[in-house]
Design a protein around this ligand. Structure first.
Ligand SMILES: NC(=O)C1=CN([C@@H]2O[C@H](COP(=O)(O)OP(=O)(O)OC[C@H]3O[C@@H](n4cnc5c(N)ncnc54)[C@H](OP(=O)(O)O)[C@@H]3O)[C@@H](O)[C@H]2O)C=CC1
Ligand SMILES: O=C(CO)COP(=O)(O)O
Length: 339
């Protein structure tokens, strides 16, 4: 039994803590809201994020971050990308002995263009952390807490740490693989949200399955192109954190990114969509970061560029699609591997 703290009690933090508690670990779930920690401890629910779900009785919550950090040998960070730095600064403050840090977030920081593990490295002193592991894959919280079969990947430059995380989470409905390609795993996880937003738009404007399949396939091509330039293993993008997460996020009704795109496609404004969701839509900020990465690495990412123009330059979705479809002709495979 390990002592673990999950930092962030939204949909995913709660689902991850659910798995850890069911696996018999001594897991504390941190929330910044006292009333939410009372709800989890007294009623064993988190209605705002996972309505109708009974949480394990051995899962306890706290709203005192110091207490959560001091409790744990392993810290699992489960807050949105934009909160990673501030949470890491707080975690570092309360850490005495170095801890294993796992993160389950999916994003890239605009402007700095840092991946999550890079932000953690910058904010948590090396003396206060052991290895960093990203746990990622096609895994909607809503299905994990129903114990529906789910597969994810524990990625780290440190294989021993990845295997420790594999052992920590693995059970009969939650299967964990390892991968040493941290760059590829984190990039795939973040960039699939860009394509999922676009997939929602495609459905929202009323285009069909052909367009969706094109988006997933050509989305994977541009993610792979960028990833290869950034040092990732191209095979990672055919794996769970690449193609796997693209499929689940572009096709599932649970996806907040897909839902947001769907509303945009129906004519809602970005402000209306973001304020109405009540949960994080990582793909919006990540689209900005992905667009900046395509310029920095000089990689052609037409879908990302088109989504950027819809989100931030008020280009109507159908016009963006028309522009995509009328680009000059290309070869399919050569495009990915030789450019
Ligand atoms: N939901 C899912 O199925 C999956 C999500 N992920 C990833 O996990 C990460 C978290 O997502 P998810 O749990 O779904 O998001 P939610 O929107 O469901 O919840 C976000 C959580 O983070 C908290 N939070 C937000 N900002 C801060 C802050 N500045 N300081 C402290 N806490 C903060 C929120 O607190 P409060 O309630 O007080 O606002 C809430 O508990 C994202 O990167 C997402 O892409 C990965 C796999 C699956
Ligand atoms: O990452 C996820 C599933 O793997 C969750 O996606 P959304 O954030 O779009 O809901």
């Amino acid at each position: 039994m390990d002592k673990v703290a999950v930092i962030g009690a939204g949909s995913w933090g709660t689902a991850i803590a659910f798995v850890l508690a069911e696996n018999g670990h001594d897991c504390l779930l941190w929330t910044r809201r006292q009333e939410q920690s009372a709800e989890i401890n007294e009623r064993h629910t988190n209605e705002a994020y996972l309505p109708g779900i009974s949480l394990p009785r051995n899962l306890n919550a706290v709203s005192d971050l110091k207490k959560a950090v001091e409790h744990a040998e392993i810290i699992v960070i489960a807050v949105p990308t934009k909160a990673i730095r501030e949470i890491c600064i707080e975690i570092e403050k309360y850490t005495e002995k170095p801890k294993l840090i796992v993160h389950v977030s999916k994003g890239i920081e605009p402007d700095t263009l840092k991946r999550i593990s890079e932000m953690i490295e910058e904010e948590v002193d090396p003396g206060k952390r052991q290895a960093i592991v990203a746990l990622s894959g096609p895994s909607h919280a809503e299905e994990v807490v129903l114990r529906h079969p789910t597969t994810v990947t524990a990625a780290s430059h440190n294989q021993e740490a990845a295997e420790r995380v594999q052992d920590l989470f693995m059970n009969h409905y939650f299967r964990v693989y390892t991968n040493n390609d941290l760059i590829g795993v984190e990039l795939g996880a973040a960039l699939k949200n860009v394509i999922a937003l676009a997939a929602g738009i495609i459905d929202g404007v009323g285009y069909g399955d052909n367009a969706k399949a094109a988006l997933i396939t050509r989305g994977l091509a541009e993610i792979t192109r960028l990833g290869m330039k950034m040092g990732a293993n191209p095979l990672t993008f055919s794996g769970l954190t690449g193609l796997g997460d693209l499929i689940v996020t572009c096709t599932s009704v649970h996806s907040r990114n897909w839902k947001a795109g769907n509303l945009l496609g129906q004519g809602k404004t970005l402000e209306e969509v973001v304020s109405g969701m009540g949960m994080v839509i990582e793909g919006v900020r990540t689209t900005k970061a992905a667009y900046q990465l395509s310029l920095q690495y000089d990689v052609s990412m037409p879908l990302t560029e088109a989504l950027y123009s819809v989100l931030f330059e008020n280009v109507p979705p159908k016009e963006a699609v028309d522009q995509l479809m009328s680009r000059m002709k290309k070869q399919e495979i050569e495009d990915i591997f030789y450019k």
